[in-house]
Write a protein that binds this ligand. Structure first.
Ligand SMILES: Cc1ncc(COP(=O)(O)O)c(C=O)c1O
Length: 386
């Protein structure tokens, strides 16, 4: 049976009895750095681990500036605000994404406007987006406006799905033509590159996540990436309750957010990032093993990095052939019953009750992927102890 062949391949590749979808690994200086926070009493939202982690991230990604936050959703919320999105605006984003991308837009009082993904990247499709904008939007003196709703389309968020970089050059070109700001949701793509440049640092503003299921974790955490010191300062201000320096007085000059990453979480992040090359090498080796083992299983293909990119292969995925959608439930059932964490893609945003009425383009590829994709166990430890 089809699902038996997938299960056999997963067993062969992982060489274990059972495996979660993605597990963190703490084999570096995590204990040492966390102990330092506890010993010195610097456990909360200020401290030298936060500064160190931000510097490491800015250097690693090449963004120039990084501001650490409590989680990736908070980083995205701030990224949306930095892009100038205001209450009543619309923001384009892929319908195929984790809920946080859409929620961050809602937190800013704006409306998500869903666009379709390309089958070869699983990220926003630039050509389809361009055609959609030509159909529903017009360029006014103030920028791009949705002709149907009358609302400004202020920004677009490109999400690098499962770690695979989207076609940023194509999207940047379309967004520039329609005068829409570009934001990267790079929550899943730390260690992924598009034409040699790190994702999250390709647009002016990007967001990372360090949730426990990501390639590098701080327990919970995120970061805003940007290439300008002005935007970084604004991100820091907004994430520290907009407090201004006024001696020992508490003075705040606008409604800010308590979004700074605690020092104790940043301590984990510093230790994790030191081992990034080991994680990446093993995740890419695991992907190669899956690709080889699944090559001869009929009725599916293994999802590989798009051309001109280098993916971190955060999650390894198979796409069942068109016509084999009916097997998806059986594959998920067989893998999970055998102890292997396997998941479908996220329920597309436009299928969720609170986002059903949002503006949207044709979303046929999103729905097609939702019915055919299965994510496989992808922890770095499955490719050796590193
Ligand atoms: C695409 C995407 N965006 C945003 C987030 C939000 O990150 P967090 O869980 O750290 O809030 C995640 C992951 O969790 C994600 O996968």
């Amino acid at each position: 049976m089809f699902h038996d062949a997938v299960l056999a391949a997963v067993r062969k590749v992982t060489g274990v009895e059972k495996a979660a979808l993605h597990e963190p690994e703490f084999k570096g200086r995590e204990w040492l750095y966390v102990k330092e926070c506890i010993d010195t009493g610097w456990v909360s939202s200020v401290g030298k681990m936060v500064d160190r982690f931000e510097t490491m991230l800015a250097e690693y990604t090449g963004a120039g500036q990084a501001v650490a936050t409590v989680n990736g959703t908070a980083a995205l919320h701030i990224a949306v605000l930095l892009a100038g999105v205001e209450r009543g605006d619309e923001v384009i984003l892929p319908a195929l994404t984790f809920i946080a991308t859409a929620n961050a837009v809602s937190y800013a009082g704006a409306t998500p406007h869903f666009a379709d993904v390309a089958i070869d990247t699983l990220g926003l499709d630039p050509e389809k987006l361009d055609a959609h904008l030509h159909a529903v939007a017009r360029l006014e003196r103030t920028g791009c406006v949705n002709r149907v709703t009358g609302r400004p389309i202020k920004a677009a968020i490109v999400m690098h799905a499962f770690g695979h970089p989207a076609d940023i050059d194509g999207l940047a070109e379309v967004c520039a033509r329609h005068e829409i700001a570009l934001i990267e949701d790079a929550a899943e793509s730390l260690g992924s590159y598009y034409r040699g440049r790190h994702t999250g640092a390709l647009a002016r503003i990007g967001a990372l996540s360090f949730n426990g299921n990501k390639i590098v974790t701080t327990g919970g955490g995120g970061a805003v990436l940007t290439n300008t010191t002005e935007l970084a300062a604004r991100a820091k201000h907004l994430t520290t309750t907009a407090r201004i320096s006024a001696g020992w007085n508490f003075v705040h000059d606008e409604i800010g957010y308590n979004y700074r990453m605690p020092n104790i979480n940043a301590a984990l992040g510093c230790a994790q990032l030191e081992r990034m090359e080991s994680y990446l090498a093993r995740k890419r080796a695991l992907a190669e093993r899956y690709r080889t083992a699944l090559a001869n299983v009929p009725g599916l293909s293994f999802v590989t990095e798009p051309p001109c990119t280098r993916s971190n292969y955060w999650l390894n995925n198979i796409l069942l052939d068109r016509g084999c959608e009916g097997e998806q439930a059986a594959v998920l059932q067989a893998l999970n019953a055998a102890g292997f964490g396997a998941r479908p893609a996220w329920t597309p945003m436009h299928m969720l009750a609170m986002y059903r009425e949002c503006p949207q383009s044709d979303l046929s590829i999103t729905e097609d992927v939702f019915h055919r994709l299965v994510s496989l166990p992808s922890s770095p430890a499955l490719a050796g102890s590193g």
